[in-house]
Design a protein around this ligand. Structure first.
Ligand code: ASP
Ligand code: MG
Length: 412
């Protein structure tokens, strides 16, 4: 039997009515002859509520108990979904992570899936069960205790099941109808893409397009799982949504597929550090130990053996970064004159796999920004992405201007 994985996010299972709607979609695929593994999230708002209860009870909580509590939202939805399907005369049952068992690492609250044995569920399919409903976001660690995969983790559960069971496709039902060229809330010309390559999606996901958990895209790319993102609020249609797939499956690659942004960035500069071997390690080692997520890095030209080192990080980590640098200076590990934080910047990026074979994208991006009078503070590039740091007040203008310049309203 061909097999599909269908994942329903929190908004798609927010009420009994919506669970019924979702179950009907599952029923349609079953009627087509598929065995279906349904992965569910907790009902909308449920996980936040549970996290709140944990924090109120114990601010420095034991992560194993956090997992025991926070994973429970998915258990409720899994049971309700199975019951709803049974009411529709579709043979279904639910599984909690440990019952499969979804084996994970021991990193409570941020565990990684290690293995998903298929025998247990496959045996039930062989006996005539048509839908296995599995609680997303959770598993069991080598310590025998319940783990969770980090917020948004049911996307990763879904892709991992699709890989383990060799599913024909993994459909992710959410509250948006696909992946857009940019955020429609700040650019009304944003368009839904029919297809996007894994690597592009990865750049867009980690740049703050919150449709899919980044890890789920990494996993899909590694195992070549065809992922489709679609809305559970629109009519069902085989061509709906956005297909995230291998670039070989895309006929004509877009030079630029999307413009992403990240609003809360800060630019930090260490002024006048000694330019000597080991200096970057002496700066970025302590920052990483302090849990600062450094993104862009620029080392400026050195003069008389001293240089300025600039890096970006999320605004809410500025204090932590300043402290780490002050501590390193006090310990004599580094020496600098001053540390300056600019917390009024944002990052804007253009992403596209066609950049690999087309020159001039960066030049065009810089020209567009300059025509708008926007000053670029830091630039970084990868093979398929160009990112700039600019003043936050120009962020929306930059996104709109770039979207226009690269003609993304015509993208598909
Ligand atoms: N319910 C979990 C969360 O809100 C996992 C998920 O929905 O993906 O993060
Ligand atoms: Mg999600």
């Amino acid at each position: 039997m061909p097999l599909l994985v269908m994942k329903f996010g929190g908004t798609s299972v927010a009420t009994l009515d919506r669970i019924r709607r979702a179950a009907k979609r599952v029923g349609v695929e079953v009627a087509k002859g598929y065995d279906v593994i349904v992965i569910v999230s907790a009902m909308a708002g449920e996980t936040n509520k549970l996290v709140g209860l944990v924090n109120e009870t114990s601010p420095l909580f034991d992560a194993r108990e956090y997992d025991a509590i926070v994973s429970s939202g998915e258990n409720v939805t899994a049971g309700l979904m199975a019951l709803t399907l049974q009411e529709m005369d579709v043979p279904a049952r639910s599984w909690q992570g440990w019952q499969v068992p979804i084996k994970t690492t021991n990193a409570h609250a941020a565990a990684r899936i290690v293995e998903i044995p298929t025998d247990n569920i496959s045996a039930k399919f062989a006996e005539g069960m048509q839908v296995a409903v599995v609680a997303g976001f959770q598993g069991i660690g080598p310590d025998g205790r319940v783990t969770t995969l980090g917020r948004g983790g049911s996307d990763t559960t879904a892709v991992a099941f699709a890989a383990a069971f060799g599913a024909e496709r993994c459909d992710i039902y959410t509250d948006v109808d696909g992946v857009y060229t940019t955020d429609p809330r700040i650019c009304e010309k944003a368009r839904k893409l029919d297809k996007i390559a894994f690597e592009e999606m990865l750049e867009l996901a980690s740049l703050g397009a919150k449709v899919l958990q980044t890890r789920s895209v990494e996993l899909a790319m590694r195992y070549n799982v065809k992922l489709r993102v679609l809305s559970s609020f629109e009519e069902m249609d085989d061509a709906a949504g956005t297909l995230v797939c291998d670039e070989d499956e895309i006929m004509e690659l877009n030079v630029v597929s999307g413009v992403a942004y990240s609003r809360d960035e800060a630019k930090m500069t260490l002024i006048s550090v000694a330019d000597r071997p080991g200096i970057a390690a002496a700066i970025f080692g302590p920052l990483s130990e302090a849990g600062v997520n450094v993104d862009m890095i620029v080392q400026n030209i050195s003069e008389e053996g001293r240089t300025d080192m600039t890096f970006s990080c999320p605004t809410d980590q500025v204090k932590r970064a300043e402290k780490a640098m002050a501590d390193a200076k006090a310990a004599g590990a580094i020496n600098f004159h001053d540390i300056v934080a600019d917390t009024g910047v944002a990052k804007v990026s253009v992403v596209g796999i066609g950049m690999r074979s087309h020159a001039g994208v960066a030049a065009k991006m810089f020209k567009v920004l300059s025509d708008e009078g926007i000053n670029i503070k830091v630039i970084t590039t990868s093979e398929i992405k160009i990112s700039v740091l600019i003043d936050r007040k120009y962020m929306e203008l930059a996104v709109q201007a770039l979207h226009d310049a690269f003609e993304l309203e015509k993208a598909a």
